[in-house]
Design a protein around this ligand. Structure first.
Ligand SMILES: C[S@@+](CC[C@H](N)C(=O)[O-])C[C@H]1O[C@@H](n2cnc3c(N)ncnc32)[C@H](O)[C@@H]1O
Length: 240
């Protein structure tokens, strides 16, 4: 299987490039939230990557299994203390199955968008439902599409502008997709990745198709209320 966009080069820089997401303020509330839902059951992380969440969640005593298509990302997790405790299945998280059921499945850091078609996102919900215990939960953390913050008629929105890094999203509202561009001006590096943006209501419909229903929706891991102005959501669906 190919590593996709998260190849050796990207994997080698991932933790540093996403340093803000590795800070305790970002990780701890997510781990707390997920540990509460896992209880004494096991958790499945889709797109486990370098173990940003899986490793601390497992250190909290929750058994975690990960799925990822990138061997280089998983190799970084395995090299971390505690990383060896995370079982991994290499494959596409929209279709690959681990062979047992879980109390909790989760997909964080906008990674649902890495599935760039509606069919693949629906398949992901169905694949998760097939691997959840009845009453088990599926959690997604993803941004609310930032279209409403685009200036009228524009298709590009900057999300990061600093001397070290420039980031902007280029939207296509016909295909409900975007390309997220990242530039590091000092060494001329660049990384662009296609994503499918998806609305909370569409995710709820995907959950319904897969036999799940919305249980909770928050604006963040600390259970901040989800409002008109929320820029992201943490949603929990329960398998019926
Ligand atoms: C943005 S990273 C997130 C990693 C980790 N969950 C975190 O929060 O840091 C996305 C990860 O999902 C993996 N990924 C993307 N699409 C995938 C797919 N269809 N099947 C399996 N893994 C996938 C990538 O290889 C990468 O490791």
């Amino acid at each position: 299987m190919t590593a996709g966009y998260f190849d050796e080069d990207v994997a080698g820089r991932y933790d540093e490039a996403s340093a803000e997401m590795f800070a305790p303020e970002a990780v701890d509330p997510a781990v707390e939230f997920l540990a509460g839902l896992a209880g004494d059951g096991e958790a499945l992380e889709l797109g486990v990557g370098t173990g940003r969440i899986a490793v601390p969640l497992s250190a909290r005593g929750v058994g975690v299994h990960g799925i990822d298509m990138s061997e280089p990302m998983v190799a970084r997790m395995r090299a971390k203390p505690g990383g060896e405790r995370i079982g991994v299945t290499i494959g596409d998280f929209a279709t690959v199955q681990v062979g047992r059921t879980f109390r909790l499945a989760y997909l964080v850091f906008n990674t649902i968008g890495n599935l760039t078609t509606q069919d693949a996102q629906v398949a992901c919900f169905q694949n998760v439902a097939a691997q959840l215990e009845t009453g088990g939960c599926f959690v997604i953390e993803v941004g609310v599409p930032s279209l409403r913050r685009l200036p009228m008629g524009e298709t590009v929105r900057a999300f990061k502008v600093s001397a070290e890094r420039l980031g902007f999203d280029e939207f296509n509202t016909v295909t409900q997709s975007l390309v997220s561009h990242h530039y590091w001006p000092k060494d001329g590096r660049r990384f662009s990745i296609p994503l499918r943006y998806v609305w909370p209501s569409e995710l709820d419909l995907m959950a319904r198709i897969a036999g799940m229903r919305l249980k909770e929706r928050w604006a963040g891991w600390r259970r901040e209320p989800f409002t008109h102005d929320s820029t992201k959501h943490v949603s929990v669906w329960e398998k019926l």
